[in-house]
Ligand binder design. Sequence first.
Ligand SMILES: [Zn+2]
Length: 490
Amino acid sequence: MSKLNGAFAADMPEKKLKSLEKILSYADTNISGSLDRLFQLLRIPSVSCDPHYADQCQEAARWLSDELENIGFASSVRETIGHPVVVAHHKNSGGPHVLFYGHYDVQPIDPLDEWEADPFDPQLRVQSSGETHIVARGASDDKGQLLTFIEACRAWKAVTGSLPISVSMFFEGEEESGSPSMDAFLDQAGAELSADIMLLCDTYLWNDAVPAVTVMFRGLLEEEIEITCANRDLHSGAYGNAARNPIQVLAEVIASLRGPKGEVAIAGFYDDVKEPGRELKAELDKLHFDTETFLNNVGLSQSAGDQTYSVLEQVWTRPSCEINGIAGGYYGDGLKTIVPSKATAKISFRLVDGQDPDLIRAKFHEHIRTRMPSDCAVKFTELGGSKASVIPCDSKYLRRARAALKDEWGCDSVLIGSGGSIPIVSVMQSKLSINSLPIGFARSDNRHHSPNEKYDLSSFKKGIRSWIRILAELSADEGNYGYLKPHPQV
Ligand SMILES: [Zn+2]
């Protein structure tokens, strides 16, 4: 869409409109250069979890830093205890200061035989539908997505000689392997990343035609429990009945975690849950979520959750408790007639706004401990915990970004939640008090982490155009679209 007929354009002085048109058309006419650069980045096999690719992670960081320098950022590659990060700044005197976050690392490529071509030899594939896919590992997660922002900045610089607001960028190389260096890096260099708002695009469109801002991410709490009864596996003929069976005990305590309606039955579990505000509820109602297709797609027909809540609420705004795995006793071939001594389970909770992971952990421990019969010991292993993140619906940055998206897509964007988490969002909120605006252009069929990962060429193009407009919108103080003022260069 090249027409400027949305909310922002309506208020915009004629001269500035023309300039925005020029920037958008620069991005369109130079798309092959943008694609060339994306292909260069995709050719670097920056797999973070495999130490064999450490040099390639360095190479990807260096590539990004060089590109940012080319468009006028003061950029550097910073070493961490793991893979390096890239930090870059382009300061400006006016407007808010935004920090853009992305990750240059990718997932491993196995199973390699399921790829139709070399995962690190990116291809443009025209589909029978007429759509074009960019196919490569990282095409969508996250190299294609992060480059939409860099290319938007490039277009701004090429046409106006500057950026409309102060922009910093922060790229890590360990997102796909749990970001082990992030805490230490932020403790040491966090102040340099302070900004009014963090932008990121590691998220999805609502559908092919409707953009989305993800405003809620659930937190995550993980635990392992080990229940021990006798001091060794016992002969079930000799001890059957007399010895407590830890698998039986485990099954009973696991069963006690949910009540008859599917609700989590730990005392006080919902005490601090904050219901979404009226405004957000109204936004969610507008989505007309197709529950049936959602369940049918995975071979299900009926939600097992608390029916007081819609399925969308169950997966976005309500906390959950899931048994991820259980183990114990003998499960080899044939039969071994024992009363085992030990049973274990991995259990995780998705948390929502208001819930404190440490408090929930304590309540969970209490729930299990008080249910332990005689001669049973329970050991807990804490496997990590993070709070939910919620982006305030009344944020002026959110309002401006949505106005820009409307101009580009010709329809209202939607506010959505995510049942999962993007850890950087909660880390930046808790460590640096920076809220995020997660706006991504990936489609749900992009095959993240799977063979033949792809990014739609249309996502790449419209992603660049959307960021161009978002930068313009964010630069506008109320009623004063300041981005055409001459700005000092870095
Ligand atoms: Zn990923």
